[in-house]
Ligand binder design. Structure first.
Ligand code: ADP
Length: 296
C-alpha cells in the first residue's frame, strides 16, 4: 500500500506539470506586455476634461514609416460640432487612415489636426478618448454577459443607463427574449447573435458612453431588411448631436451625412452633400453604394 501511495503521489505530480508549464508561459507573456514601450507618449501633455467636437485638419500628409509614398496627401478639412462627415472612395484611398489620424492612433507626418483648437499631438490622448466611441465594422464581443459587453470599463453604469442604451440601440426586445435578459452570456456556449444584433449591441455600447465624437466603420455587406432598418435607425439616434466620422459604404448613410468627403489615392477630390455632389456629376455621382434592403 506504501507503493500504491507513492505511485499515486508521483502520478499527481506529473499531472501538475502541464498546468505549471501553462502558468510559466502566461507569466512570460504578461512580462512581455509589461516590458513593452509605450506606443504613445502622453505624460505631461495637455489633459482635456471637456471635448466639444470641432476638428480642423490642416494640410495633413501621412506616410507609414516603412512605405515609400504617403497614403494621405495634403488633406485639409474643417468640421463643425455635431457634423456628420462620410468618407467615401475606392478601397485603399485612405479612408481608414483618415479615421486613425482623427482618433490619434497615428500622427500626421506633416500638417496638424486640431481638436477644439488644441493640436492633437499636444493632447493626452487617453483623456481625449474618454469622449470618443468607435463602432467598428465587425464589433468584437467579449466572452461575458450582454451587460458586461455594454458596460465594460465603466464601473459606475447603472441599470437605467443600460436599459436606455439598449432601447436607443433598438436592442431591448431581442435582449429581453434571451433566457436571462441582459445577464445572458454570449459567445462560447452562450446566446448566438445575428450580425444585426451584434451591431446593435455595439451601438448600445457606444450610447452608454455618451461620446462627443463618434467613429463608425460601416459594414460593407447588406443585412436583411428588418435588421437593416433597426440598425440604421439606431445609428441615426447615436449620431444625433455628435461629431461623427464614418467610412461609408451604404447609400442611406451618404444621403443623410452633412458632408461627403470623396477620397482618391490619399487626396480629397470632392466635398459636399449628396444632392450637391450628384448635381456636380463628378466622381461621386459615378460611385455605387450598398443600397438599403427593402423592408420586409
Ligand atoms: P481605405 O480605408 O480607403 O480602404 P486605408 O486607409 O485602409 O484605405 O489604406 C490606404 C493605404 O495605406 C493602402 O494602400 C494600404 O495598403 C496602406 N496601408 C494601410 N495600413 C498600412 C500599414 N500599417 N503599413 C503600410 N501601409 C498601410
Amino acid at each position: 500500500s506504501y507503493f500504491a501511495l507513492l505511485t499515486n503521489a508521483v502520478v499527481q505530480l506529473l499531472g501538475l506539470f502541464p498546468i505549471l508549464a501553462k502558468g510559466i508561459e502566461s507569466a512570460r507573456s504578461l512580462g512581455d506586455v509589461f516590458d513593452a514601450d509605450d506606443l504613445e507618449h502622453n505624460d505631461g501633455k495637455v489633459v482635456v476634461d471637456e471635448v466639444v467636437g470641432a476638428f480642423t485638419v490642416e494640410d495633413v500628409t501621412f506616410r507609414y514609416p516603412d512605405a515609400a509614398t504617403p497614403v494621405v496627401r495634403g488633406v485639409s478639412l474643417a468640421v463643425a460640432v455635431g457634423e456628420t462627415i462620410a468618407f467615401v472612395g475606392a478601397s485603399g484611398s485612405g479612408k481608414t487612415t483618415m479615421l486613425n489620424l482623427l482618433m490619434g492612433f497615428v500622427a500626421p507626418t506633416s500638417g496638424r489636426i486640431l481638436l477644439d483648437g488644441h493640436d492633437l499631438s499636444r493632447i493626452d490622448l487617453r483623456t481625449y478618448r474618454r469622449f470618443v466611441a468607435i463602432v467598428p465594422q465587425q464589433p468584437a464581443l467579449l466572452t461575458g454577459t450582454i451587460r458586461e459587453n455594454i458596460a465594460y470599463g465603466m464601473p459606475d453604469v447603472d441599470e437605467v443607463q443600460i436599459a436606455q442604451a439598449l432601447a436607443g440601440a433598438n436592442a431591448s426586445e431581442f435582449v429581453a427574449d434571451l433566457d436571462a435578459g441582459w445577464d445572458t452570456p454570449i459567445g462560447q456556449g452562450g446566446a448566438a447573435l445575428s450580425g444585426g444584433q451584434r451591431q446593435r449591441l455595439a451601438i448600445a455600447r457606444a450610447l452608454v458612453r455618451d461620446p462627443r465624437v463618434l467613429f463608425l466603420d460601416e459594414a460593407t455587406s447588406a443585412l436583411d431588411g428588418a435588421s437593416e432598418a433597426l440598425v440604421s435607425e439606431a445609428l441615426q439616434r447615436l449620431m444625433a448631436g455628435r461629431t461623427t466620422f464614418v467610412v461609408a459604404h451604404r447609400l442611406g448613410t451618404v444621403r443623410t451625412a452633412d458632408r461627403i468627403v470623396v477620397m482618391d489615392r490619399g487626396r480629397i477630390v470632392e466635398v459636399g452633400s449628396h444632392a450637391e455632389l450628384i448635381a456636380a456629376n463628378g466622381v461621386y455621382a459615378r460611385m455605387h453604394f450598398v443600397a438599403e434592403a427593402p423592408p420586409e
